[in-house]
Design a protein around this ligand. Structure first.
Ligand SMILES: NC(=O)c1ccc[n+]([C@@H]2O[C@H](COP(=O)([O-])OP(=O)(O)OC[C@H]3O[C@@H](n4cnc5c(N)ncnc54)[C@H](OP(=O)(O)O)[C@@H]3O)[C@@H](O)[C@H]2O)c1
Length: 196
């Protein structure tokens, strides 16, 4: 049975991914309490979790949605640095089997949001980071996918102010399903954009 490590499994999308996958894969859920990433200590934690679990998939569902009052590092450490730390890990640890890292992006990457400048810019940085890493690891056993979700009918989205109202937000169930379908099960590792 393939193993999937979920970062941010206590979140709405992360817990739904866990639920949808638990019959098909061996799921290792983590949350901030069990695996706090996005700090200078990440390298050691990542080595330890990879040695312990040896997953086939790492799904990063951690994310911070903050307005302009939130500290810069708080948002960038979680939304960008965690992915960079996994990239650095795989630069020095060549896996012996195929391993895929799946990040969740947002349609917010496409344009700056007045009240959420750091969130939207961190999601733009994530796109660029994943694209560069896809080129870097091309032909190796490590691959990366990014699923850019549109607005999801979730607590994260619903606490946002001054964000265009949309009557057809994706459900959390559908968002999780798309991350699984495109990020994990699709043969191709790619940057997927569901926001069009
Ligand atoms: N919801 C939307 O409308 C929407 C739309 C597009 C994209 N996305 C993206 O989808 C992803 C999941 O969103 P969501 O709605 O499920 O958010 P959520 O319910 O707020 O969950 C966020 C998760 O991130 C975890 N987390 C935060 N900081 C962490 C850290 N330092 N180390 C490890 N885990 C940490 C949280 O853990 P704790 O429980 O410990 O806080 C929680 O499990 C995010 O990347 C988000 O940007 C969401």
């Amino acid at each position: 049975m393939r193993k999937v490590l979920i970062i941010g499994a206590s979140g709405e999308i992360g817990s739904e991914i866990e639920k949808q996958l638990e019959q098909e894969m061996s799921v290792i859920p983590t949350n901030r309490k069990t695996l706090d990433l996005g700090t200078n200590e990440d390298a050691a934690k990542i080595v330890s979790v990879m040695n312990e679990h040896d997953p086939d998939f790492i799904v990063n569902c951690a994310g911070i949605f903050g307005n302009n009052e939130v500290d810069f590092n708080q948002i960038y450490d979680v939304n960008v640095r965690i992915t960079w730390d996994f990239i650095k890990y795989f630069m020095s640890h060549q896996p012996s089997k195929p391993v895929r890292y799946i990040a969740i992006g947002s349609s917010a990457y496409k344009s700056g949001r007045r009240d959420y400048m750091l969130y939207s810019s961190s999601k733009a940085a994530l796109v660029n980071l994943i694209q560069g890493a896809q080129e870097y690891f091309d032909g190796s056993k490590f691959s990366l996918s990014l699923v850019n979700l549109p607005g999801v009918n979730s607590k994260m989205r619903n606490k946002a102010k001054n964000v265009a109202n949309s009557s057809n937000l994706m459900t959390v169930e559908m968002a999780a399903n798309k991350v699984i379908e495109l990020g994990l099960l699709h043969e191709l590792a790619s940057c997927w954009d569901l926001s069009n």
